[in-house]
Write a protein that binds this ligand. Structure first.
Ligand SMILES: Nc1nc2c(c(=O)[nH]1)N(C=O)[C@@H](CNc1ccc(C(=O)N[C@@H](CCC(=O)O)C(=O)O)cc1)CN2
Ligand SMILES: Nc1ncnc2c1ncn2[C@@H]1O[C@H](COP(=O)(O)OP(=O)(O)OP(=O)(O)O)[C@@H](O)[C@H]1O
Length: 194
């Protein structure tokens, strides 16, 4: 079953994440991909456990920044403006307090357990980012940037109909631009649509 396989891959990727990587290079790559998004509403996250740390890039963003808040099981995330204030949330997260304005992000830095080169992602299994990206994408263009150490790469993640893909993945080793799923790269480097 897909969910059983995902669970196994998630455990494997989370164990690999513990090795970490080059944090300075990760920040450099994240800053580079954010350059064209100056002025846009950026959703970051406050890292927990050994997640890759987006905070240096969030602080450097020239525009509004917000952070995710869990509002209930099987509910999309809410994003609240980040002004430096944080409170403890469920699941060990930290998020802006309830009086911070709710925002609609245009660019999201998405925390990952694992990823593959086609842009498929694994989180902690709650479906929070899947639900959230689905809704955001129906109301306008959104750029979802996965942030992970290169060691979190999985060869191929099984896909379920509710899974939302990443537009790019930033790692300490570089930036991965997933190939569209309905195209195939030919040996001469050209692409054909299937
Ligand atoms: N830093 C950060 N903030 C975030 C997320 C995230 O992944 N990273 N989220 C992304 O959604 C939301 C929080 N969602 C979370 C969902 C589950 C767990 C968690 O610890 N799950 C347990 C398994 C729970 C269970 O099945 O019993 C675990 O992984 O051990 C943590 C955060 C919003 N904020
Ligand atoms: N839009 C949706 N509507 C209903 N159920 C959904 C939706 N998106 C995800 N789910 C459900 O949530 C669960 C998410 O499982 P999955 O393993 O893909 O989580 P994940 O991507 O690791 O979690 P997250 O999105 O929180 O990082 C699945 O059971 C899936 O069916």
């Amino acid at each position: 079953m897909v969910s059983g396989l995902k669970k196994q891959l998630r455990q494997q990727a989370l164990a690999a994440r513990g090795q970490g990587g080059d944090d300075e290079a990760m920040t450099r790559h994240l800053l580079e991909v954010l350059v064209p998004h100056r002025g846009k509403v950026l959703a970051g996250y406050w890292p927990m456990r050994d997640e890759a740390d987006p905070r240096p890039a969030i602080s450097a963003h020239d525009g509004p920044v917000c952070l995710p808040v869990v509002t209930g099981p099987a509910r999309p995330l809410e994003f609240r403006a980040f002004d430096g204030r944080l409170e403890a949330g469920s699941f060990g997260t930290s998020h802006p307090p309830a009086d911070s304005p709710v925002m609609q992000p245009q660019v999201l830095i998405v925390p990952l357990a694992g990823f593959d080169r086609e842009g498929h992602r694994l989180g902690y299994g709650g479906g929070f980012y899947d639900r959230t990206l689905e809704i955001l994408r129906t109301s306008g263009p959104v750029v979802a940037i996965g942030l992970a150490y290169a060691v979190q790469e999985i060869r191929s993640i099984p896909v379920e109909p509710t899974d939302q893909s990443l537009d790019m993945i930033v790692t300490d080793q570089g930036v991965i631009l997933p190939q569209p799923q309905n195209s195939q790269v030919n040996p001469d480097g050209t692409k054909s649509q299937s």
